[in-house]
Design a protein around this ligand. Structure first.
Ligand code: PEP
Ligand code: MN
Length: 353
């Protein structure tokens, strides 16, 4: 008797294996159908076809399972197949490592974002040719390859210094050229993209414009790398979607910059979201920068935050440096003077290169 049970169980095992093989074959075919439907823009769920299948399955059901049980079992199979078909639909975002497993390297002047650890430094605003020359000369001699400086400034008050505009672009370009540096500067308006792209090596999209979709599309069409700052209240997903807008226009030279997010905290200007920067490294193939200046808004935190960011794997840190921060026309409490930058640089030097 026991031997007979064993024999029958062996039969069940054989049938289970055959069912598994058939289910897998069915799954592969469903997946192929899903791919074709996606290509043709057709919907995967076809209730008429499903009703037809259930109809003939119950009609041809030889028993011993009742029709309801057969229906129930096959409905589960249909559901699982639909999930497979829909999986084919899940768009692979251009920012994602799934679309591009190799890290993207963005070249700008002498800098190779993603291939070396970099420092971006320079004043918040470009104020004069002398200020930019002094700053560029000092930074270049330290080995800094990327010079920043705002010509179009997004100021909270409309009455605050708005930047020198095109004159500032010319000053920044000339200072960077004299010292063999790349020049990054913010563009705030679609109408300025062309002129900013003429002078800058990297177009910066500021935090306040991260979801200015017209601007994102416009820099996506520009033939220049883009430094995309995370909005101060943007989720990580929104930040990645903003990058997608640029990538989708055919510009694959996007650098992501975490610059602190707005929280309830008052002792820092913003809260550096290191998790956001690390997730950007993990989820995307794009180079990632941490802007410690705008994150902290105070100079005493810059070195420890930059060390943490570099140790966590980001590609570059960004700091504001001014020959005389006290008289700077913007962000004067958060910029480093040259001595401060020397201390900052010494403190992070072992993590660069
Ligand atoms: C800046 O870089 O000077 C600036 C305004 O930055 P954010 O857009 O991150 O505030
Ligand atoms: Mn600033």
């Amino acid at each position: 008797m026991k031997a007979r049970i064993k024999e029958l169980r062996d039969e069940i095992d054989r049938i289970n294996r055959e069912l598994l093989a058939l289910l897998s074959e069915r799954g592969e075919i469903a997946r192929e159908i899903g791919r074709l439907q996606t290509e043709l823009g057709l919907s995967h769920y076809d209730p008429v076809r499903e009703a037809e299948m259930l109809d003939y399955l119950t009609r041809e059901n030889p028993g011993p399972f009742p029709a309801e049980t057969i229906k129930h079992l096959f409905k589960e199979i249909f559901k699982a197949s639909l999930t497979l078909e829909e999986a084919e639909d899940q768009k692979t975002f251009l920012y994602s490592k799934k679309a591009h497993p190799e890290p993207t390297i963005v070249e700008a002047g002498p800098a190779r974002f993603g291939a070396e650890k970099l420092v971006i430094a320079g004043p918040c605003s470009i104020e004069s040719a002398a200020q930019m020359e002094e700053t560029a000369a000092f930074l270049a001699q330290k080995g800094v390859k990327v010079l920043r400086g705002g010509a179009f400034k997004p100021r909270t008050s409309p009455y605050a210094f708005q930047g020198l505009g095109v004159e500032g672009l010319k000053i920044g370009r000339a200072a960077a050229d004299r010292h063999g540096m790349a020049f990054v500067t913010e563009v705030m308006d679609t109408r300025d993209v062309e002129v900013v792209a003429e002078y800058a090596d990297i177009l910066q999209i500021g935090a306040r414009n991260m979801q200015n979709f017209a601007l994102l599309k416009e820099v996506g069409r520009a033939k220049k790398p883009v430094l995309l700052k995370r909005g101060m209240s943007a989720t990580i997903e929104e930040w990645f979607y903003a990058a997608e807008y640029i990538l989708a226009q055919g510009n694959d030279r996007v650098i992501l910059a975490e610059r602190g997010i707005r929280t309830f905290e008052k002792w820092t200007r913003n809260t550096l979201d290191l998790s956001g920067a690390v997730l950007a490294k993990q989820e995307t193939h794009l180079p990632v920068v941490v802007d410690v200046t705008h994150a902290a808004g105070r100079t005493d935190l810059l070195a420890p935050l930059a060390r943490a960011a570099l140790a966590a794997g980001v590609d570059a840190v960004h700091v504001e440096v001014h020959p005389n921060p006290l008289v700077a026309l913007s962000d004067n409490r958060q910029q480093l003077d040259f001595a401060g930058f020397e201390r900052f640089f010494e403190a992070i030097r072992d993590l660069l290169g």
